[in-house]
Design a protein around this ligand. Sequence first.
Ligand code: UDP
Ligand code: MG
Length: 341
Amino acid sequence: MDISSAERLSASAESRQWTPSISVVVPAYNEEEVLPEFYRRTSTVLRALGVPYEIVFVNDGSNDSTLVVMTGLRQQDPNVTVVDLSRNFGKEIALTAGLDQCCGDVVVIIDADLQDPPEMIPEFIEGWREGFDVVYAVRTEREGETWLKKLTAHTFYRLMQAISRVKIPKDTGDFRLMTQRSIQALGGLREHHRFMKGLFAWVGFRSKPVYYKRDPRAAGQTKWNYWKLWNLAVEGFTSFTIAPLKIATYFGLGIAMLALVYALVVIYKTLAYGDPVRGYPSLMVVVLFLGGIQLLFTGILGEYLGRVFNEVKQRPLYILDTVFPSSLLENKSNRNPADNS
Ligand code: UDP
Ligand code: MG
């Protein structure tokens, strides 16, 4: 860290002696089993902090009784906001819907399945007091996950780091604290292909890692499988780098140059030694190899083009069904925007 950024950090640390209000944003899809326990642990932590807070539950079109559980919690606790989406939009978009609604000075993003311990929130707040805008949790251990998942995740982070200009911290999920201004910046990114790890990194701001051990799921089923993880990896690459497209350019250039040299050799041989017809196997190899390469790069082009297609339609990211606001949210929206300091 250079001197000026250290100075800026301590300057903003000095200005952070006040009590922030906290929004905890929780996307949830079919989490009826774990929500009551999640609510109990999280509100215990938040109450102990003694600050104004809200828990923003986003129901991402669950087809179990998740919404019933959420509205039940809302009835007994005015610190709960329930955002109900019109159908399942996927975690990234559900999260975005929650972030669009939340109003806390600092915002904590957390999964409903208790893989991210809410007990870390005080440590996040400490980081915020030190002057950081983003405090993100880094997993040191992954319990209950296979070696194959660990290996693929490891490879993905390394590749992403090597290939992309945006530096994505490794072993980092969505679990983090962000200030309202960095949430606003994130809210400005309305792309449909939401590779959140990348978007967080793109927004920037002074960030600090804190380390934790990721627990296995408390209850319910993970919605991930290898096909989804592969697609997430493709999403990551296509959202943040056009390197695969460039590979095609240079690969093509290389082959064209080699072909030119080979053509000269063939011409020379024909002129010097005559032309006995030979080479069916080598021809087959070249045709199949180049055919395969061409199809591959057409496919890569298609991956990008398909994403362009999805983005240019400019559909809204999600459709809200109902919002049951917390008292924190109600107070903020009743307040005159002019005295919103
Ligand atoms: N989730 C969601 N919509 C979906 C899938 C998941 O809101 O379509 C939520 C889910 O309820 C959980 C979080 O996203 O709170 C993480 O999901 P999951 O535990 O399945 O992912 P993993 O922890 O295995 O990465
Ligand atoms: Mg999980």
